[in-house]
Ligand binder design. Structure first.
Ligand SMILES: [Fe+2]
Ligand SMILES: [Fe+2]
Length: 299
């Protein structure tokens, strides 16, 4: 199995190759600036609100996301970034701003219908991962400062938005072929291009400077057994969340391969809680579909 250094070098070469074939969106600077502001001992709400307000497109999406029932269960009226920042809390704000900024960065990049399906799948995977992480005893401990699950769910299939414009019309053929042959899409991409959307996504999030957990999750989400042992538990959370989102009707058209039994067992999902978990997922997923609709992702 290749070492970390080798994988980082491969990611760098792959990104250069991808950049020759398609446009690679740059990392939204507001997210990096926000991260710096949040790392301060006493982050200033005013400073954060001003930062977010600088990009009106991102700001209006932040207000819409923060207004959703997931972040605003009491349904308070949020009519400005300042009010949204005060209501949702700084750590949830990091997820919301990242989601708004990343969705904005990919506006018009790949086929609109595919983009919308990928975001819906990614949002619901992020939500499912958060639910699994909060309910399962085998899940690595998350702290408010280190909770990669929503972000990792949001980013795990981002490589497809890079691969799709490269494949063009071949993309749909590949999806059809995957269903006809029952071979997972990532294996067909590998045959066709020499790399998969998991490799492309890992290369992109590496270049964006996202945390190691998010990079390894993007790279190994279809094969958690290949992840480094130190991060394997987190990769398994997304692997199962990804499967759950597909199973409940929030897939993007990918045949991802089978659920790794080991991952499910290792999460330690208590069997008597599975129904309640799925019910909660369905409720949150329906909300995330409404949330995404409010973002005006182009159709
Ligand atoms: Fe995938
Ligand atoms: Fe997925």
């Amino acid at each position: 199995m290749p070492g970390e250094w080798e994988l980082a070098m491969k990611s760098e070469d792959l990104l250069e190759d991808l950049a020759r074939k398609t446009e690679i969106p740059t990392f939204p600077s507001v997210v990096a600036q926000l991260q710096t502001a949040l790392n301060e001992d006493e982050p200033s709400l005013d400073e954060v609100a001003t930062l977010v307000s600088e990009d009106p497109g991102i700001a209006s999406r932040v207000v819409k996301l923060a207004s959703s029932a997931i972040y605003n269960p009491m349904g308070a009226q949020l009519d400005s970034v300042q009010v949204a920042v005060m209501r949702v809390g700084l750590l949830q704000l990091r997820d919301i701003v990242t989601a708004a900024a990343v969705v904005s960065a990919f506006d018009g990049h790949a086929d609109a219908a595919l983009t919308r399906r990928v975001w819906l799948h990614s949002f619901t995977s992020g939500i499912a991962a958060g639910l699994l992480a909060s309910r399962c005893k085998g899940v690595p401990v998350q702290t408010p400062q280190s909770n990669p699950y929503f972000l990792a769910g949001l980013m795990h299939d981002i490589g497809i938005l890079i691969v799709a414009p490269i494949l063009g019309d071949r993309m749909q053929t590949l999806l059809d072929e995957s269903i006809a042959t029952e071979l997972p899409v990532h294996e067909l991409e590998q045959e066709e291009l020499g790399f998969s959307h998991a490799d492309a996504g890992a290369a992109l999030v590496t270049s964006w400077g996202l945390p190691d957990a998010v990079i390894e999750i993007a790279r190994h989400h279809h094969q958690p057994e290949r992840a480094p042992e130190s991060i394997r538990g987190s990769v398994e959370v997304i692997h199962v969340a990804d499967w759950l989102a597909d199973r409940q009707g929030y897939g993007w058209g990918e045949l991802g391969g089978s659920l790794c039994d080991d991952a499910w067992d290792r999460l330690g999902v208590p069997w008597d809680e599975v129904d309640a978990l799925i019910e909660e997922f369905d409720r949150c997923a329906a909300e995330s579909a409404r949330m995404l609709a409010s973002l005006n992702v182009r159709r």
